[in-house]
Design a protein around this ligand. Structure first.
Ligand SMILES: CC(C)(COP(=O)(O)OP(=O)(O)OC[C@H]1O[C@@H](n2cnc3c(N)ncnc32)[C@H](O)[C@@H]1OP(=O)(O)O)[C@@H](O)C(=O)NCCC(=O)NCCS
Length: 177
């Protein structure tokens, strides 16, 4: 997996040395509430070590650390689907709160779309966003995704039922921008 360079960050593979940064930045309820329960809260050093081990053994998906100012400050990945969905990949991401609002994830998503559509057989990339996560929806809109479905009350997070908004982009609609 080669590094992908952004203007103020690098997308690069996770290393065992990232565990402390990961545990520090991922241990934030404002991040966890927007993600699936596999991203725990609180997020311990042991969670970080286990996750990095799992990612380093995963040869199927493209899972990058977002390195900002020399630290692993977030994650972004493309997860390939199987069977009749094998031309689909699901995108997911999160960033340390101190870097929110600087355009980092928007640029990272664009980089990964170019890399994914350019080098892999995927023809559709999609994401599922909980209904209260307006910032993430905005990121995807800025990258050319469109809302294709609302899966009503499909999510239960922290005791509340939420709709999930499915955003997607097809390869033929992807333009480097
Ligand atoms: C969502 C997240 C990844 C965004 O990362 P980021 O680097 O801050 O995003 P960007 O700076 O590239 O863009 C954020 C956009 O959302 C907008 N935004 C942020 N909060 C918003 C809010 N409450 N309402 C509306 N728009 C909002 C910003 O203004 C910006 O849009 P703009 O450029 O048009 O002004 C980051 O907040 C995060 O890690 N959140 C927690 C985890 C998460 O939600 N992951 C995605 C799960 S689907």
């Amino acid at each position: 997996m080669k590094n992908l360079d952004g203007s103020s960050f690098i997308l690069r593979p996770w290393s065992a040395d990232d565990a402390e940064d990961l545990a520090r930045y991922a241990n934030n309820e404002k991040i966890a509430i927007n993600l699936r329960d596999g991203f725990p809260h609180p997020y311990t050093l042991q969670d970080a070590k286990s996750w990095i081990k799992m990612v380093r053994e995963n040869k199927k998906d493209l899972i990058y650390a977002i390195e900002v100012e020399g630290e692993a400050a977030g994650g972004i990945g493309l997860h390939g689907k199987e069977d009749v969905y094998r031309y689909n990949a699901e995108i997911g991401y999160w960033l340390a709160e101190k870097y929110w609002g600087r355009g980092i994830v928007t640029e990272a998503v664009r980089l990964l779309l170019g890399h994914g559509f350019g080098n892999y057989p995927w023809t559709r990339i999609y994401a599922g966003i909980f209904s209260n996560n307006v910032a993430s929806m905005r990121v995807l809109e800025k990258c050319g995704f469109s809302r294709e479905a609302v899966l009503k009350r499909s999510v239960k997070k922290q005791g509340a039922y939420l709709d999930e908004h499915v955003f997607s982009i097809l390869k033929e609609d992807w333009k480097e921008r």
